[in-house]
Design a protein around this ligand. Structure first.
Ligand SMILES: [Zn+2]
Length: 147
């Protein structure tokens, strides 16, 4: 069963696997079904325990820790993206992407204005997710490391 590393945190410092408390930080992982969708609640774990539970063998804790750092960097990238996009007015968004929306209308025969509105709402939803500290459901989701 594949797992995905979705974050790291120092808010929760207890390992869900072994119960060890006062860890410096935990990694947040979730198991994935065959379609790549999460089928567990987030699990908070120490890097050593995560590596052991996932049968990663020698050097596993280091691999988990590296993956944790990769997620931290990705989160930084996502935050910069969110900062740039937060509060962008619909008219500004429309103007910036006008050609794309016109092309969409020509290509599909469907309303480019509606497509623009939908994609603007999607963008705002992504920003809200990133602000809440998750990358699942955003354009950054595909870059989350699996273990
Ligand atoms: Zn543990």
């Amino acid at each position: 069963m594949p797992y995905r590393l979705i974050g790291t945190t120092d808010d929760c410092t207890q390992c869900d696997f072994c119960g060890k408390a006062e860890l410096r930080m935990t990694v947040v992982i979730e198991s994935l079904d065959a379609d790549g969708n999460a089928d567990s609640d987030p699990i908070y774990a120490g890097t050593t325990c995560a590596a052991r539970k996932l049968n990663m063998g020698r050097g596993g804790a280091r691999k988990v820790s590296d993956a944790g750092n990769a997620v931290k960097r990705l989160m930084g990238e996502a935050k910069r993206f969110a900062d740039e996009m937060r509060g962008i007015a619909f008219n500004t968004y429309l103007k910036a992407n006008l050609v794309a929306f016109q092309n969409y209308q020509e290509r599909t025969g469907e309303s480019g204005a509606q497509f623009a509105k939908d994609s603007w709402h999607e963008l705002n939803a992504e920003v809200a997710l990133i602000d809440s500290g998750t990358l699942v459901g955003t354009r950054f989701e595909k870059q989350l490391p699996t273990l």
